[in-house]
Design a protein around this ligand. Sequence first.
Ligand code: C5J
Length: 225
Amino acid sequence: MNIDAQPFPFEFELARTALVIIDMQRDFIEPGGFGQSLGNDVSLLAAIVPACQRVLGAWREAGGLVVHTREAHNADLSDCPPAKRNRGNPTLRIGDTGPMGRILVAGEPGNQIIAQLAPVPGEIVIDKPGKGAFYATPLHNLMQQAGITHLVFMGVTTEVCVQTSMREANDRGFDCLLLEDCTESYFPAFKASAVEMMRAQGAIVGWTAMSDSFLQVLAMSQPAR
Ligand code: C5J
């Protein structure tokens, strides 16, 4: 398949491609979570949910592999370095109890993926202690076992966990596409810069495309499995 992308078309085979949805969890998207504790306006992020739902629905229909990630720490915070916990001087630190339970702790209500994009059986869910989806997680092995060579990214936030994960994937040899209208930042200027820098220099980190181009091509595909 061939997607109209920047800086040039992105080619992929459905059976060798995974859709990776980064951290669409309540802690970042709903009031009362980690995002708001850092002083951010979380309403900006909710705007991408309908576009993400359309892509996820079409990808599932096509039989593509889905990976969801969550930024999540163990309840004893053994995987949260003090440097991370203390950063930003937040009103609520990682591990503190907020309106949606303990901030960024696995299993807490705020740590769940939002209902509109909730994983279904058979989809991979990766809990990651860092910003990148590959650091201290089994993601690389799982992708190799599944024969995956290409990754399509959506999620939040563009310049933090999405960009870090795409860079990690790129260094591990994956070809990566970012769906521009399916990613968002608390800082619109940071999103714009991150998108520009990833596709610059001939897709030095990866390609970018709008979800409509992706959906059009997907609609013409044969199911992967
Ligand atoms: C942040 C993320 N922004 N998922 N996490 O701390 O981007």
